[in-house]
Design a binder for this molecule. Sequence first.
Ligand code: GDP
Length: 188
Amino acid sequence: MLGVVSMDTLPDSDVPEIAFAGRSNVGKSSLINALTGRKQLARASTEPGRTRELNFFDMQGRLRIVDLPGYGFAKAPKEVAARWTRLTQNYLRGRVNLKRVFLLIDSRHGIKPSDEEIMKVLDSAAVVYQIVLTKTDKLKPNEAQKRLEETSQKIARRPAAFPVISATSSAKRDGLDELRGEISTLAL
Ligand code: GDP
């Protein structure tokens, strides 16, 4: 894992990258760990100490996973994008090898105002983002289906939103193979 705090020290842009974003506690570390099959690859949000802003994980030289800082923790939605510091915003706007952002949404809560703020940033940067619903094990199948439909309606008119939504549970390992399949289309 490579932690980066400045645009000057980003790794070479010769390998495709995908980035994971979401509100704090959405299950981002759990999903990254589940997808990569490694334990504690991504740090839990509760880990004390300074968190490097962008964390890069090499996937056998074919792809890099970039863990973006969580957002939205008890903050007004307007402040969300502002708290995503310049490095994160510069990374999103200027990274030529960034293939897609996976925007994680807790399936119990759906898209929140803070997520909408992040979508605005991604829409204006023309970075394609794919919604990934997390923690679907916490919902009954019909509730999960409803959330999926509601979410696809909410993104329908957003210019950079990828039309396919993934539904996942890291705990039950549901939806991970489909998501891996989607990700592998972006790798070298
Ligand atoms: P992060 O802050 O987005 O990195 O979130 P974490 O991965 O640290 O997860 C936040 C909390 O949600 C932890 O208590 C996890 O155990 C829990 N969690 C994460 N994924 C799932 C899931 O798929 N199902 C359930 N039931 N809990 C989950």
